[in-house]
Ligand binder design. Structure first.
Ligand code: CP
Length: 312
């Protein structure tokens, strides 16, 4: 493996193509090793990962904890840092970070405020991994998303992707948009209700990197023309008004008719959890990749932990 230093994982923009390829190659090796000789089973022996989650999680937290253990490390954690850490007593994030620096070798942090991981990284002497910061970013999700896309479309040339649903508060689609600028001839179609449109900062970034994008509201029109439909949940917890939530909820459901209209080579992705936007009957379609996508999170997170501690 080539020599890259990865100090923190905060935002998708920090990954260039060389680093992306290294992460993906390392994830491939992790997958092979996990089901093979287990040569890396003690690589992180003696290292401790603190998982500090101020918001709920199934995939990100458990895949990181599994990744750490599968590499021989150990994990310290709390079920809910907002309730069971001293944040409940008013401790600042920077004080908590300083304290955890003395107890762990890496911190995986999910927080409700955008920019929180970057602030923690400024004062941390150990690596900070952003596991989702409010409506900001979710870079490790974008990495596993891109790993899934690269697997389906090697080279990622002329990829047309529709991002559907809550694009305003969705950190996964923000991080994935940033990452897609690293590839050529990508076209993004943002499909959302008017109250959930993609924010201007992402559109400006895509323009800066000459990535073609447009906005639509009709998923029926878009489904037949794309290589990938990336569905997202309308995140009730992020809305400031019930009216706005009701204007967005259940507007986009990937029905069997819509899936039938998709290209045979297309794929369906979703960061999960889902509510009603992908009915269970779609799960058996060979184009449905969301469970494989979630599984890829384990290999990507093993790769990131490996690279954070392997400075050779
Ligand atoms: N995709 C994702 O971040 O899932 P969790 O909220 O379960 O971690």
């Amino acid at each position: 493996m080539s020599a890259f230093t990865l100090d923190h994982v905060i935002e998708s923009q920090q990954f260039d193509r060389d680093l992306l390829e290294l992460v993906f190659q390392t994830a491939d090796q992790m997958k092979t090793d996990l089901y093979g000789e287990r040569r890396l089973a003690k690589f992180l022996d003696g290292k401790i990962m603190a998982s500090l989650f101020y918001e709920p999680s199934t995939r990100t937290r458990f895949s990181f904890e599994s990744a750490m253990r599968r590499l021989g490390g150990s994990v310290i954690t709390t079920e809910n840092a907002r309730e069971f850490s001293s944040a409940a007593k008013g401790e600042s994030l920077s004080d908590s970070t300083r304290i955890m620096n003395g107890y762990a070798d890496v911190i995986v942090m999910r927080h409700n405020e955008a920019g929180s991981a970057a602030r923690a990284a400024e004062i941390s002497t150990i690596p900070i991994i952003n596991a989702g910061d409010g409506a900001g970013q979710h870079p490790t999700q974008a990495l596993l998303d891109m790993y899934t896309i690269v697997d389906a479309f090697p080279g990622v040339n002329d990829l047309k992707i529709a991002m559907v649903g809550d694009l305003r508060y969705g950190r996964t689609v923000r991080s994935l948009s940033y990452l897609l600028t690293k590839y050529e001839k990508v076209e993004i179609i943002f499909v959302s209700p008017p109250v959930c449109k993609m924010e201007g900062d992402i559109k400006a970034y895509l323009d800066k990197y000459s990535i073609s994008w447009r906005e639509e509201t009709d998923l029926e029109k878009v489904a037949p023309e794309v290589d990938c439909i990336y569905m997202t949940r309308i995140q009730k917890e992020r809305f400031h008004s019930v009216e706005d939530y009701q204007a967005a909820a259940s507007k986009y459901i990937l029905s069997p008719e819509l899936v039938f209209a998709m290209k045979p080579s297309a794929i369906i992705m979703h960061p999960l959890p889902r509510v009603d936007e992908i009915p269970g009957e779609i799960d058996g379609d060979p184009r449905a990749r969301y469970f494989e996508q979630a599984q890829n999170g384990l290999y990507i997170r093993m790769a990131l932990l490996y690279l954070l501690f392997n400075k050779e």
